[in-house]
Design a binder for this molecule. Structure first.
Ligand code: PLP
Length: 393
């Protein structure tokens, strides 16, 4: 009988040879072979896609990275998972594996700022055109597709603005038009949403965030479908994007408690939102919690839970008073890389938002991104209450 994901995460990657509860950290550049014949046979096995327990050279990884790949492959229900040294290199690996000069990419307006830059600036230099679509308008996505479209790239929910899209409809459209699909699934992780099962070809997760969960490591994961596997394998082979054994170990250590942390982030966030929604200074909360909204319905249709990242909109004529609110928070650190155990806050301006065509903040409105950590929610609410007093009308 298939075990629950909660049990699987606790029982995977045990080292039965060394009898240790965790896998060894195998650091290696050189990997020894007894004979040249053995080396060549192993290389042939690797190039023909045979499942191996070790590689022919350290750049491909070690037993530790193979263990993490195995865990993520099962969690993602993917054909294969590639590991990279940051989440953003998983974004680059996905896009660069697929797009070639003359191609076009259709991408939602709400993607992570560095992804915006990669597609609008770097791809342009390779004669790959980027067409942006409104994440709240499926017809706009349809309109942006041309005969040259190779890839539809989605981030769900949108970076900083948290729009939810109809993922099933996007996949169905792409399949009809023979276009590959990619999704940045860092917000929900494969614990709450399994994009490859849903029909996406590429699913990116910054493992820096919830997978590792402790704000002490950078890592990325790219889960792929069978259909696209060879393309990604080839680009990965020639790119040199890799995760180190030490970092892979830290992700394995963190991911054991992914289920517990994600459930708690969700629970804490709903408690905080219950309080936030009663505060007059907050005009909107960007998170799937109001059952009557379109975003809630789209979230509910595909996700089994929600994480700890949300946006709050504050109305005030005084930007400095809103900045004071953020600066005076004591339990919310000011900084990036949400997904760890602690709470964070960032005042979003053009640095975070980039060039958005389909999102405009109303005058005197301010957007703050909060990450709700694993602290006691009473303490977090007291902190928010104390600091919100600084916001002037
Ligand atoms: C949605 C999303 N995708 C990808 C990344 C990139 O991940 P990393 O910081 O591990 O490179 C981030 C980082 O903040 C992100 O928010």
């Amino acid at each position: 009988m298939k075990k629950s994901v909660k049990t699987f995460l606790k029982s995977a990657a045990k080292d039965h040879v060394a009898r240790s509860a965790n896998p060894a950290i195998v650091r290696a550049s050189t990997i020894y072979f007894k004979t040249m014949q053995e080396l060549r046979k192993h290389q042939k096995d690797i190039s023909t896609g045979k499942k191996v327990k070790y590689w022919d050279y350290g750049r491909q990884g070690s037993q530790t990275t193979i263990e993490l790949q195995n865990i993520l492959k099962e969690l993602e229900e993917a054909h294969e998972v590639f590991l990279t040294q940051t989440g953003f290199s998983a974004v680059a690996l996905a896009i660069m594996s697929v797009c070639r000069p003359g191609d076009e990419i259709v991408i939602s307006d709400c993607v992570y700022r560095p992804t915006q830059k990669l597609t609008s600036q770097l791809l342009k230099e390779f004669n790959i055109k980027t067409n942006w679509y409104d994440p709240n308008n499926f017809d706009d996505l349809k309109k942006k597709i041309t005969r040259k479209t190779k890839l539809i790239y989605v981030e769900n929910p949108g970076s900083n603005t948290f729009e939810f899209q109809d993922l099933g409809k996007i996949v169905a459209l792409a399949k009809r038009r023979n276009i590959y699909t990619a999704i940045d699934n860092t917000w929900g992780t494969a614990y709450f949403l399994k994009p490859i099962k849903l029909g996406f070809d590429l699913s990116i997760t910054s493992a820096t965030k919830y997978y590792s969960g402790h704000s002490d490591v950078m890592a990325g994961s790219l889960a792929v479908s069978k259909k696209i596997y060879k393309k990604v394998w080839w680009y990965n082979h020639v790119s040199g994007y890799r995760l180190s054994a030490d970092d892979a170990y830290l992700v394995i250590r963190g991911i054991r408690t992914l289920d517990l942390r994600m459930d708690k982030h969700h629970e804490n966030t709903l408690r905080i939102i219950k309080w936030l929604s009663k505060q007059k200074k907050i005009t909107k909360i960007l998170y799937p919690y109001k059952t009557s909204t379109k975003d809630y319905k789209l979230w509910k249709k595909y996700y089994s839970g929600a994480s700890g990242l949300l946006g709050i909109m504050i109305k005030s004529k005084s930007k400095s008073s809103v900045l004071k609110f953020v600066n005076s928070l004591e339990l919310f650190g000011i900084g990036y890389s949400w997904g760890g155990y602690s709470s964070l806050a960032v005042y979003n301006d053009s640095v975070e938002m980039g060039n958005r065509q389909f999102f405009k903040l109303e005058k005197n409105h301010h957007l703050i991104r909060l990450h709700i950590g694993l602290e006691d929610t009473n303490d977090l609410i007291n902190d928010l209450k104390k600091s919100l007093r600084f916001v002037k009308p």
